[in-house]
Ligand binder design. Structure first.
Ligand SMILES: *Cc1c(COP(=O)(O)O)cnc(C)c1O
Length: 363
């Protein structure tokens, strides 16, 4: 289902860092951030040690704390809701759109209370949420919008890159994501002040740029609030920089493979493709769809050497988040019928043709 893309030049670049012995956060992290901004359109990206750190720090700088509520969809990895609990707030689950796996803007507003602080929009599989509708709701109620864009680097919505739209956007560079630093992430803040706060609080809360080292060799600063040790390291950034090479080419190939999948599956009975609108471009982290007789589908494909699997059913049933499957009609339908077939950077059109042939033989 997934592969880890490591650029052929990565070993050389990481080795150069090891030789230099400057391993921690330094000029390569800066260069990585600069290129995330110029090549992927991210606004003020701060490189961090994981996507989960990005989500946690986003909530911290947004001022989400004990007693607050954050609205999100259950169709995600547990990290999205876990960080909400970590800051003492409560995840409030809204239903999804069956045809996208993304939060349904029409199911948000009636869940807003006096305690609601933020809406977290998870771009399922890399397909952007209805951001215009979500932003409008947030503006009406004075809420912060945080995007969990772990699946969506390189995606665009109404011509704008994901990472430049909302107050805060979180990316993951974990090993099976599009762009990996081994483990890593980025947090983008739209406002320059918030971006500065992110930079400070990712490193203990010390304003590194404005805390000179004194003559006696001690950095001069005053710690005013709680910070974290969430920065990325240069040896990870070296891997990230190598993997950035050819990113757009690989994305183009993914798009071509998706096109081939969609054309080949359009007429297959018992199968429903997910939505694809012209106003947004998915990052295509996953190729998901809905099938009837899912278990038979999985078995039929497995017998021909093709993997097909569910990627995360709704997370609301976890004890930590309430312990029951909520009455969210589309989420429950999605849980029953979602299936994902292989899509990754190691694939070519012949493999897609083979998978299409297998599916067309029926299940
Ligand atoms: C991978 C992922 C995360 C967490 O990212 P890490 O880098 O593994 O911490 C968060 N949200 C979603 C939707 C993810 O897929």
């Amino acid at each position: 289902m997934f592969t880890t893309f490591v650029h052929p030049q990565a070993a050389q670049r990481v080795q150069a860092v090891l030789r230099s012995t400057f391993l921690s956060e330094g000029k390569l992290v800066k260069e990585f951030e600069k290129r995330l901004s110029t090549e992927l359109g991210m606004l003020h990206p701060a490189a961090l040690n994981s996507g989960t750190s990005a989500l946690h720090l986003a909530l911290e700088v947004a001022g989400v704390g004990p007693g607050d509520e954050v609205i999100l969809s259950p169709q995600t990895f547990i990290a999205s809701a876990l960080v909400i609990v970590q800051v003492g707030a409560k995840p409030v689950f809204a239903d999804i759109q069956y045809q996208t796996g993304n939060i349904d803007p029409a199911d948000i507003e009636h869940r807003i209370t006096a305690r609601t602080k933020a809406i977290m929009a998870v771009h399922w599989g890399g397909y952007p949420c209805d951001m215009a509708e979500i932003q409008a709701i947030a503006r009406r109620h004075g809420l912060i919008v945080i995007e969990d864009a772990a699946h969506a680097p390189g995606a665009t919505y109404q011509g704008q890159p994901i990472g430049s739209i909302s107050d805060l956007t979180c990316f993951s560079f974990q090993a099976i994501k599009h762009l990996t630093t081994g483990d890593g992430g980025a947090l983008c803040a739209r406002s320059p002040e918030l971006a500065r706060e992110v930079m400070r609080r990712r490193w203990f809360g010390i304003d590194r740029a404005n805390s000179p080292i004194s003559e006696i060799g001690e950095r001069e600063y005053d710690l005013v609030d709680v910070g974290f040790k969430y920065h990325l390291s240069d040896y990870s950034a070296a891997l990230g920089l190598a993997n950035l090479e050819g990113f757009h080419k690989r994305m183009q190939r993914r798009r071509a493979l998706v096109k081939q999948y969609r054309a080949g599956l359009a007429q297959v009975a018992g199968l429903q493709l997910l939505e694809q609108r012209p106003d947004r471009e998915s990052a295509h982290w996953l190729f998901g769809m809905h099938v009837e007789n899912r278990l038979q589908f999985i078995r039929a494909l497995r017998a021909k050497g093709v993997s097909a699997s569910v990627v995360h059913d709704g997370i609301d049933h976890n004890t930590l988040f309430g312990g029951k499957r909520l009455e969210l009609v589309n989420q429950r339908r999605f849980d029953e019928t979602q299936i994902h077939i292989p899509l990754h950077d190691g694939m070519d059109s012949e493999q897609v043709a083979y998978i299409l042939k297998v599916i067309n033989q029926g299940w």
